[in-house]
Write a protein that binds this ligand. Structure first.
Ligand code: Z5A
Length: 220
């Protein structure tokens, strides 16, 4: 129990990563429900986005099909501009109040998409990462991994049902998404905070694995 003067223990920062259509959004919400049912304060957010300003940047990055093509460095800087706003206005205050923050994509997506996908220099991305987030890293990163065609078919199926327009990234070629998947796998191979889940499994099977992970992280 915490007294009136003792700050609550910092919340945990969990990120969900992977290619298009692998089930991030579905499973972020499932995890939030699992934790809230056990009495924890939880916030679900996403990148790019998560604040009004960062959502405006998201719109420029994803939805707007510009008359000129966006150069990769402009894309990279916009992603980090949105992230700094999101961190300062939403993520850091929530963590310091003891809220668990579940974030649909974070900086690993930048390394995978702008680094491996677009071919931007990984050292420059690391410099921007240090500038934006200092020593902050997720407590755990859940990587949902599936062959590109599996995720793509699921995402296209969802778009067909909802009638949403496809976004700027969805117009990329298969080879781009293969490089992105390689990027996530390379990160997962070198960093202990990653847990890789086989996203071709049924949702029931994935969520059984997620429950084990959440239980370990929360002690519940
Ligand atoms: N981006 C970037 O370039 N750099 C950055 O730093 C960041 C992002 C942070 C954001 O898109 C885009 O921004 C993204 C990278 C770029 N572009 N792409 N591609 P986003 O995150 O908003 O959208 P997305 O990655 O394309 O995700 P998505 O299409 O929303 O997919 P998802 O969230 O991973 O999946 P889902 O919506 O939960 O599931 C898709 C469908 O599959 C749905 O109908 C589910 O019911 C179904 N599903 C999910 N799991 C299963 C299983 N296991 N079995 C069967 N069916 C399933």
């Amino acid at each position: 129990m915490t007294s009136a003067n003792t700050p609550p223990p910092r919340g945990k920062f969990i990120t969900f990563e992977g290619g298009e259509g692998v089930g991030k959004t579905t499973n972020v919400q499932w995890c939030a429900d699992w934790l809230m049912e056990r009495g924890l304060e939880v916030m679900v957010t996403r990148e790019p986005g998560g604040t009004p300003i960062a959502e405006l940047i998201r719109n420029k990055l994803l939805k707007a099909h510009h008359a000129e093509s966006m150069v990769p460095m402009a894309e990279l800087l916009l992603v980090f501009a949105a992230r700094v706003q999101h961190l300062e206005a939403v993520i850091l205050p929530a963590l310091s109040q003891g809220t668990w923050v579940l974030c649909d994509r974070f900086t690993d997506s930048t390394i995978a998409y702008q680094g491996f996908g677009r071919g931007l220099d990984l050292g420059s991305i690391e410099t921007l990462k240090n500038l934006a987030q200092g020593t902050l890293e997720p407590d755990c990163t859940l990587l949902l991994d599936a062959p590109v065609d599996v995720g793509m078919a699921r995402a296209r199926g969802r778009t067909a049902i909802s009638g949403e327009d496809i976004d700027r990234f969805e117009t990329e070629q298969m080879a781009f998404f293969e490089r992105v998947r390689d990027g996530f796998q390379a990160l997962a191979a070198t960093q202990a905070r990653f847990v890789t889940l086989d996203a071709t499994q049924s949702l029931d099977d994935i969520q059984s694995e997620l429950a084990i992970r959440l239980s370990l992280l929360s002690g519940l």
